[in-house]
Write a protein that binds this ligand. Structure first.
Ligand code: GDP
Length: 296
């Protein structure tokens, strides 16, 4: 992932670093190449436009200062602005500091990696000495409940015994009561996905939100779907008010546009990234580390 973007930016940076004297035209030319590289990586058009404008202003500012290595300065500005674009420096940790049990609701389109991410997140929380309960609330995809039960068995984490003939909102209310009575401190709700946003799904999610009273509503986004993931995230946020994003399949060969745009478009931070199908392949997201990976 990010290979093409990395290569392109590296060649721009190489030219920049070699430049002893720089003019506004040099900056413009370099930023034109950065802009193209970002667009080719499928970064949202408006995000790219604003980003380049911010970098340009700062870069031209450094020219006025006549520093010794202007090219290097511009490289640093691009680096820092990329980190800022992805929410670097902000607190991206889960907000679980409430009276237990604390609810986390996972939402997103079918196939994005919701169920897998529920398992991964439960495992991560268990390793932090929390006691999570997994709740399957997807009654539409026949295998979804069983899939989560299998994950739970692999992880030795309890899965609420949801039945496919129950209403999802009833499952969630019952599961929350069960968690209260049984001493679980965290409840992770795996909700149904669709191939696209539809009113029925959204209404159901709003009802579940009322019943589950989540501290976190995490939108699970498939990085491979690029701009589509960003648009759908914005749609879910508008209807449901998400608190963060789990960006899955970053181990694949997606161009990276989703990772670079989703925070800027939705205003909601990426909190975790999925880096494989295995249950330990979930990491807390660090914008600076991702940028270091992109920029080499
Ligand atoms: P759901 O429909 O949103 O619940 O999606 P699933 O959790 O069933 O995942 C769909 C597919 O994506 C499965 O084959 C998962 O193994 C795979 N998957 C989920 N997360 C990742 C990830 O981070 N990397 C890769 N390579 N595959 C993933």
């Amino acid at each position: 992932m990010f290979d093409t973007l990395s290569d392109k930016l590296e060649s721009v940076f190489k030219k920049l670093r070699g430049q002893g004297v720089m003019t506004e035209d040099n900056v413009k030319e370099a930023l034109r190449e950065v802009r193209l590289a970002l667009l080719e990586a499928d970064v949202n058009f408006k995000v790219v436009k604003d980003f380049i404008e911010r970098v340009r202003e700062k870069a031209v500012g450094t020219l006025v200062l006549q520093s010794l290595s202007p090219g290097q300065q511009v490289v640093k500005i691009v680096h820092d602005e990329l980190v800022a674009l992805m929410g670097g420096g902000e607190d991206n940790s889960l907000d679980l500091a409430a009276k237990p049990p604390v609810s986390i609701m996972m939402v997103g389109l079918q196939g994005a990696g919701k169920t897998t991410s529920c398992g991964k997140l439960a495992k991560l929380l268990k390793s932090q000495r929390r006691k999570p309960l997994l709740v399957p609330a997807d009654i539409y995809r026949p295998a979804a409940i069983e899939q989560l039960k299998i994950l739970g068995r692999q992880l030795s984490i309890e899965v609420f015994d949801s039945q496919a003939d129950q209403k999802p909102v009833d499952i969630c209310s019952k599961a929350l009561k069960y968690a209260q009575l049984s001493g679980f401190d965290t409840v992770i709700f795996d909700t149904a996905g669709r191939h696209q946003i539809d009113d029925y799904l959204m209404d159901e999610l709003v009802q579940i939100r009322e019943a589950a009273e989540p501290r976190e509503i995490l939108f699970v986004a498939d990085a491979m779907t690029g701009q589509e993931a960003v648009n759908v995230a914005a749609g879910f946020d508008e209807r449901l008010g998400i608190t963060g994003v789990v960006l899955t399949k970053l181990d694949g060969d997606a161009k990276g546009g989703a990772a670079l745009s989703i925070k800027a478009v939705t205003g909601k931070p990426v909190k975790f990234v999925g880096l494989g199908e295995k249950l330990d392949a979930l990491e807390v997201f660090h914008a600076d580390r991702l940028v270091s990976r992109i920029l080499g």
